[in-house]
Ligand binder design. Structure first.
Ligand SMILES: Cc1ncc(C[n+]2csc(CCOP(=O)(O)OP(=O)(O)O)c2C)c(N)n1
Ligand SMILES: [Mg+2]
Length: 570
């Protein structure tokens, strides 16, 4: 049996079903072997786009995507997207063709393992025809079970070799890690004493099971619920949802988090973004971190208590312990209070922990950014990005996925567009690269054809990744692409401008992005006022099988409020 056929068989048996890439001679046969076994192949126009599509797809599908690349430049072109995936712990298997070991003078020769390791990905390799299948299966399992981006080097001579099929691969999937009982008891004791607890759920809590367990525990101790940007939407619909903690937090959210007496990060690194460089952590706050990866605990900031374990299992175990303690207390004179504490009060009819009826109505009225008053700076020729985004929030269906590129503009879609749940937000910002937003929106649209995908881009990042517009048109994806067009690398303009530096390197003449998009086969509209959004309404009604690009000429008199915060992190 040919090694490429054996690997394709094994990957399909393990569950691989979707692959992104750019095909050259080095990955031609393996890619076709996978396609002939039913794997869907999505051809991108640039390997970085393919990597970012695969990254977004895997985040939403919650299983490994495959990324297939030609040797040498195929891999180096993909590196930025691979780095983003590796830093985000996206389960991704990169099938990276490589020259044969003996081809020491090949033009395509690079050190694949060194490159993979340098990005934070896990390096793997087909070592020989005899072990090729084991190497490939192990690489897939590492990607899936450890949530790693794995770069599997595929030497051409090994790919072309023969091997024997050893039988079906081991199909076991790693089980989630339960916490230890002493740590559960410590966290239960902290929550039993808390008067103003806040939970901040991160990427490691992005599941329905974690949401259910965290909501139940929060009800029993009166905690408010926030997320990191990576888990935005997780608690949508819960009356105690504070939305995102950190630079994107609304004033009310920031105030409530800073005034907490106990903050528990659940599958959340509590990094400088989520804590606003630590300013959301009060001096007398007890900080707890729960994570299934022991090395994540205390990595960004010191915590008073670290609990190693799966988020859903830990939240359930702590909830059970608190309920047992309340049951025992039922026999005591304080029985009634304890009983109430155990039952919780999700509706907020009486005060428990941080919750009260008054706070509940305050949250309903003021927790969203779009409910915070602002002065509309639109001037008839350029639209205020806040006004634009609120209009889009009203116009576009609620069942959506918002995929955001990087830049000064990025907070507007992140904070003014609501999302239906944690799968409604695709935030590829772990590497802070511009240019990944469009491709990650395409990967999202492929993962979730039931939802309208909104790609939110700056003009800089949009033009950097524009080759994938052809992919979106070719695939007939009905997505909305909003370009916040300030004709500049606005982040640099607003960071350096106030100090009087020359800005010629970061400003550009106007570009007609709507015409460019039409050239790719998109529908398109240029928007300078809210009235210009009519064609978007028409497009929504007819839903043609092609994207619409909104070239929004936005005001840019000053930087966004989160930008200075971001530059403090450089
Ligand atoms: C690949 C890459 N190159 C350069 C940068 C530095 N950078 C950060 S934001 C930015 C400007 C992006 O411009 P645009 O997409 O128009 O967004 P804006 O800041 O104008 O809102 C640049 C160049 C980066 N983060 N990533
Ligand atoms: Mg710009």
């Amino acid at each position: 049996m040919k090694v490429t056929d054996a690997i394709a068989d094994a990957l399909v048996k393990l569950g691989a079903d979707t692959m992104f890439g750019v095909v050259g001679s080095g990955n031609f046969h393996l890619t076709n072997a996978l396609i002939s076994r039913g794997v869907r192949y999505v051809a991108a126009r640039h390997e970085c786009g393919a990597a970012s599509m695969a990254d977004a797809w895997a985040r939403l599908a919650d299983r490994p995507a495959l990324l297939t690349l030609h040797q040498g430049p195929g891999l180096t072109n993909a590196l930025t997207g691979i780095t983003e995936a590796a830093k985000s712990r996206t389960p991704l298997l990169v099938l990276a063709a490589d020259v044969s070991a003996r081809a020491v003078t090949s033009n395509f020769r690079i050190d694949v393992s060194a490159l993979a390791g340098a990005t934070g990905a896990t390096a793997a390799r087909l070592h020989s025809t005899g072990f090729a299948l084991d190497d490939a299966v192990r690489a897939y399992r590492t990607a899936r079970d450890e949530r790693r981006t794995v770069v599997l080097g595929l030497p051409l001579d090994v790919q072309a070799g023969e091997c024997s099929w050893p039988g079906d691969p081991d199909m076991r999937v790693a089980e989630p890690e339960p916490p230890s009982q002493p740590q559960v008891a410590k966290l239960a004791a902290v929550l039993a004493e808390a008067t103003r607890p806040v939970f901040v759920a991160g990427r490691g809590a992005r599941s329905a099971a974690a949401r259910a367990a965290l909501e139940q525990l929060a009800d029993s101790c009166g905690a408010l619920l926030a997320t990191s940007a990576a888990a935005k939407g997780l608690f949508r619909g819960n009356p105690w949802d504070l939305d995102v903690s950190g630079g994107f937090a609304s004033p009310l959210t920031a105030e409530l988090i800073a005034n907490a007496d106990v903050l528990v990060g659940w599958g959340c690194s509590l990094n400088m973004w989520t804590t606003r460089h630590g300013t959301l952590i009060g001096p007398r706050m007890t900080v707890v971190q729960v994570d299934n990866d022991a090395s994540a605990i205390g990595r960004h900031r010191q915590v008073h208590l670290g609990v190693v374990g799966d988020v859903a299992l830990t939240a359930s175990a702590v909830g059970r312990l608190l309920a047992d303690e309340a049951d025992r207390a039922d026999e005591s004179p304080e029985a009634r209070g304890a009983h109430e504490a155990r039952e919780g009060d999700p509706a907020g009819l009486r005060s428990i922990g941080y919750r009260s009826a008054e706070l509940r109505s305050g949250l309903a009225a003021r927790v969203r950014w779009r409910d915070v008053p602002y002065e509309d700076e639109s001037d008839g020729t350029r639209i205020d990005p806040r006004t634009l985004t609120i209009a889009l929030d009203d116009l576009l269906p609620a069942e959506r996925i918002v995929a955001v590129d990087s830049g000064n503009f990025m907070g507007y879609p992140s904070m003014f567009l609501s999302v239906p749940d944690q799968d409604g937000f695709c935030f590829t910002q772990a590497y802070q690269s511009i240019g990944l937003g469009l491709a990650s929106a395409i990967g999202s649209a492929i993962a979730r054809p039931d939802r309208l995908v909104i790609a939110a881009l700056g003009d800089g990042g949009g033009l950097m990744g524009i080759s994938e517009l052809e992919t979106a048109v070719r695939l007939g994806l009905p997505m909305v692409i909003v370009v916040y067009d300030d004709e500049a690398y606005g982040a640099e303009v607003h960071h350096f401008g106030p100090d009087g530096y020359p800005l010629d390197t970061v400003r550009f003449p106007p570009a007609d992005l709507a015409a460019i998009a039409r050239g790719f086969g998109c529908d398109a509209v240029t928007v300078r006022t809210g009235d210009d959004l009519g064609p978007v309404r028409d497009w929504l009604e007819s839903r043609p099988g092609r994207p619409i690009l909104i070239n929004a000429k936005v005001t840019s008199d000053h930087g966004a409020w989160w930008l200075e915060e971001a530059f403090r992190g450089h």
